[in-house]
Design a protein around this ligand. Sequence first.
Ligand code: PMP
Length: 283
Amino acid sequence: MEISYINGQFLPHEIIRISPDDRGFLFADGVYEVVKWYGGFFYDMESHVSRLKRSLRELKIGWTDPDRFPSIANELIRLNDLDASYALVYLQVTRGVARRTHYFPSPDVTPTVYAFAWGFTPETIPEEKGVKVMLKEDIRWSRCDIKSVALLANTLSFQEAYEKGMKECIFIRNGVITEGSHSNIFFVIDGTLCTHPESNFILSGVTRKNILRIAKEEGLKIKEQAVSENTLRSCQEAFITNTIAEITPVTDLGGIIIGDGIPGPLSLMLRRKFDERISALRG
Ligand code: PMP
């Protein structure tokens, strides 16, 4: 039986109910996180907790217990017999239940906290294969730094890519590449690793941060600088990053063939180094 978490209780998933007056339902007034379980540990849980705290702060949602996220996640793994599997834990916090008004409930209501876990088999893209992604105008709001559940622009955009058999939709805003619908994007231009700087136009990805750290440790040249759409034809490599898939080389970006049309050496090296760090944690 699948067990999920709601407001302090671990319950059978199918009996969990949320009020229709929950502001998450009415306004997408909430934030979320996703952490990955590597059959024995969560990778960089600390960064996910600190991003969750930041998102809550930015939306002024007063969940007092974000430090409970690791114990909720661990308990969900245990209760669902996922200890030895790859698994993901999703946690969402909304402002809570109140009659629909544009102003926040006054006095404050208790936030709704919901989490669930599921096991999965990672899709391993073979070394010699990259993915095709779509390019599209960024139609999202200008607070993409908040990991809000308001993801309609992301899902609408990704659906378009999905229907075309592409693995991601990459956004362009003001002529520069920002990120993907659910990933960050890196480029290699003249040997330098380039990615959009942290700003209100991208989510500060945990994987992005860890890849930048590994790249620094490996002595790569790094530029946290936006890449313009016009530069794409002269980039040698591209890859997308997120918690679930880690590093995925991109070989076709909106019809532009990247480099030689196969994953490049730096992308593969960073992927290997990331794997090595995971293996080291396995002990
Ligand atoms: N950008 C967006 C819009 C995302 O949804 C995600 C996935 N959470 C990312 C970037 C990558 O973030 P992370 O590496 O923390 O999964």
